[in-house]
Design a protein around this ligand. Sequence first.
Ligand code: ZN
Length: 145
Amino acid sequence: MEPIPCVSCGTFFIPRNCKQNYCREPGCQRARKAAWQRYKLKKDDDYRTQQHLSHQKWLQTNPDYYRSYRRRNPDKVQRNRTLQIIRNRRSRPRIRDASRPDDPLIAKMDARKCNQFNLVGQFYLVPVIAKMDVRKVNIYTISDR
Ligand SMILES: [Zn+2]
């Protein structure tokens, strides 16, 4: 068989059969298993129920796991808070308050704001239309005027 690029890392490898998309690297095999599990959780109700029950049982034996995880990973806590705000905005459709005339349905074209804010730091790029994963990007200033 001809070498094909690994779905996870992109390195070319010779697959054992026509269904193999991931190379043999442990990280790529973990990615393959995680993708399989995401698919299974989405499609298989029984599997999802079993996983939920199993997780609840595990949680009873490890009650402080998430508390200590959040304490150990403050950056992930902040990331989750940011993404939850975005998920909340997406799930709740904005309802116009008719009693407030200053709450316009469309943007005020004459209300201009100065765009001289400093857009430097870490941001999450969240695709609105396409179903893609969220990307974390760093924005730096590169020009010296
Ligand atoms: Zn790979």
